[in-house]
Write a protein that binds this ligand. Structure first.
Ligand SMILES: Cc1ncc(C[n+]2csc(CCOP(=O)(O)OP(=O)(O)O)c2C)c(N)n1
Ligand SMILES: [Mg+2]
Length: 357
């Protein structure tokens, strides 16, 4: 019996902006100077939000916080490629993109300060609640993408998640269904190389995460996740494909978690300082600033003004967080069921009696 080749696969990697701030003109997406400045402002704003949360946590004013430092290009690039009607399905390290998709900063803080009301977004914000169970959001992204397709809505479900989550069965089931049903979905892996203390090579024996898309019958691409132009271009292409009925895409954005896993972690116990230092050189914000400065689109005065603006904004979000009235203790019970089961109704009555409300 002959052996014949039944499948050929190529997985591409896209890079446009290098670490010195130089772009490949042939690949550069169409973005005018003001659009690039807006992207830069958004990245700086999300880093300021992140820095402040870490300080609040150390001061006992925040519960736990998973830092996004280093991953700003992915979150900004994807957000800028999305349309108003698209949905976002985040995991737990997606504060930056949640902010850009309309979740107010003080609610993001509230969620991580342990306040249920942090998940009650304003009407019209097309963002799902944070998914802490690792990998569960991939399935939601397939489901929402299928729903959008069946309803004939010209919108896409964009799901983000970590490299570690690709080891969960949920991820594979979600990708398989997305391929079979050709859902309106874009899946973005924020491959930050670590899942708490587990490095990528202990997570998969595959060369890339992007290539896994081949097994599910849809396109996958790897991008430099610290290159906002590459992320924006790849996300734009994937969104356009899903919007026009072309089905899902898997994007692996390679980046690095510059901070600890959360404020409860000390990453220096399991990774080398040299590795972190090497990735600091590839800081996505730094390279975009170099690009802007290289084209005379940004100067020190603009940088100073931006920093003042974002710090004022961050302070206003902290003030809004701390001005929230105390939580209603019945909130513990009221959001899960339309009709509270009797045993929970009993517990609620007990709690309310205990706290005297
Ligand atoms: C189902 C499940 N298992 C374990 C955990 C504990 N946990 C929280 S985050 C995490 C690692 C996730 O790594 P990755 O998907 O790479 O995301 P990252 O934290 O790097 O953004 C684990 C194991 C969890 N939240 N849910
Ligand atoms: Mg990870």
């Amino acid at each position: 019996m002959p052996r014949t080749r039944v499948y050929n696969a190529v997985t591409e990697r896209l890079e446009i902006l290098d670490r010195d701030g130089v772009v490949d003109e042939d690949l550069m997406p169409e973005l005018g100077p003001e659009a690039v400045r807006e992207i830069y402002r958004d990245m700086v704003r999300m880093r300021a939000m992140d820095d402040k949360a870490l300080k609040l946590q150390r001061q006992g004013r925040m519960g736990t916080w998973p830092p996004i430092k280093g991953q700003e290009a992915i979150q900004t690039g994807v957000a800028h490629a999305m349309d108003e009607t698209d949905w976002l399905l985040p995991a737990f390290r997606e504060h930056g993109i949640m902010l850009l998709r309309g979740v107010p900063g003080h609610l993001i803080y509230a969620y991580w300060a342990g306040d249920e009301r942090g998940s009650a977004y304003p009407e019209g914000v097309r963002v799902f609640p944070v998914a802490v169970p690792v990998g569960s959001q991939w399935q939601h992204g397939t489901g929402v993408g299928l729903s959008l397709k069946l309803r004939g809505e010209n919108a896409v479900a964009v799901t983000l998640g970590g490299d570690g989550s690709t080891s969960e069965g949920d991820f594979h089931e979600a990708m398989n269904c997305a391929g079979v049903f050709q859902t309106n979905s874009v899946f973005v892996i924020q491959n930050n190389q670590w899942a708490i203390s587990i490095p990528l090579h202990q997570q998969t024996a595959a060369e890339t995460l992007a290539q896994k898309a081949h097994a599910y019958g849809f396109p996958g691409i790897q991008v430099d996740g610290n290159d906002v132009f590459a992320v924006y271009a790849a996300a734009g292409e994937a969104l356009a494909r899903a919007r026009s009925g072309g089905g899902p895409t898997l994007i692996e954005a390679v980046t690095y978690r510059l901070g600890d896993h959360t404020t409860a972690d000390d990453a220096s116990r399991y990774r080398e300082d040299e590795e972190v230092a090497e990735w600091q050189q590839r800081d996505p914000i730094l390279r975009l600033r170099l690009f802007l400065q290289g084209r005379d689109l940004w100067d020190d005065d603009q940088e100073q003004a931006l920093l003042e603006e974002v710090h004022t904004w961050v302070d206003s979000q902290v003030a809004a967080l701390e001005a929230m009235p105390p939580q209603d203790p019945s909130d513990l019970f009221t959001h899960m069921y339309a009709d509270l089961p009797p045993h929970l109704a009993e517990q609620m009555a007990e709690v309310l009696e205990e706290v005297g409300s």
